[in-house]
Design a binder for this molecule. Structure first.
Ligand code: PEP
Length: 251
């Protein structure tokens, strides 16, 4: 069975005092590690604090985006090597908010994915369709295009170093979760598409579900055959909720 991973996406939330309280609670409860992995993806300025508080614990951490460039005159950007300096294991790539609010298309997402892998990070590649696309019955076409762009740029060897997160845009931050079956269908589609190139890799790759995951729906979602954990937004900011979701993944 694939190991499960629960990754929290704090988005642009946090503050030194609040982070400390949240991370301390997670460290105390997660202890020395269970049968699922738990990670937090924090805003850049809090990476040093996160590293200080989580180093040597069972929790891992990461960032929410990165530059596609390794270095240079790119004011405001942060490279993979800089994230690695702060002990990041993960970096989100292609989150729908980056795609829709910051104009990151499939090509940019693929370039960022490659930069993450080259920098020794594990990209969490986010894929997902809008409500309009789902209603237009082009979900699979959209997901395939998002995935193929990355496979083309990074190859299956690159993909082997990643985690995928299926996040239907209409379910992110809306309280409207995909049903376990809706999520499972897309996860199975992603796995089948990857299996066309590499059956063994398709079988072992972790595919997380994200979109209004809460303690109340986590067990059912994580119980589906192709759902290997979750990418959690709102519920990752409340220690009790995030821990309950991590516990659901460990079942
Ligand atoms: C997310 O930010 O990736 C996300 C899934 O958010 P939420 O859990 O709040 O829907």
């Amino acid at each position: 069975m694939r190991r499960k991973l629960v990754a929290g996406n704090w988005k642009m939330h946090g503050g030194l005092a609040r982070n400390r309280a949240l991370l301390d609670s997670l460290v105390q409860a997660v202890g020395t590690g269970g049968s699922a992995d738990c990670a937090v993806c924090v805003p850049f300025p809090y990476l040093a604090q996160t590293q200080e508080l989580l180093k040597g614990t069972a929790l891992t951490w990461g960032a929410q985006t990165l530059s596609e460039h390794a270095q240079g005159a790119y004011t405001g950007e942060v490279s993979a090597a800089m994230l690695a300096d702060f002990g990041c294991r993960y970096v989100l790539v292609g989150h729908s908010e980056r795609r829709s609010l910051y104009g990151e298309g499939n090509e940019t997402v693929a370039a960022k994915f490659v930069a993450a892998v080259q920098g020794g990070l594990t990209p969490v590649l986010c894929l997902g369709e809008t409500l309009e696309q789902r209603e237009g019955e082009i979900t699979e076409k959209v997901i395939a295009a998002q995935l193929d762009a990355v496979v083309q740029a990074a190859g299956m060897n690159g993909l082997a170093k990643a985690v995928i997160a299926y996040e239907p845009v209409w379910a992110i931050g809306t309280g409207r979760t995909a049903t376990p079956q809706q999520a499972q269908d897309v996860h199975a589609f992603i796995r089948a598409r990857l299996a066309e190139s590499d059956v063994a890799l398709a079988q072992r790759l972790q595919i997380l579900y994200g979109g209004s995951v809460k303690p109340q729906n986590a067990v059912e979602l994580f119980g589906m055959a192709d759902i290997d954990g979750g990418l959690i937004g709102g519920a990752a900011l409340v220690a009790e909720d995030f821990l309950a979701i991590c516990a659901a993944a460990a079942k």
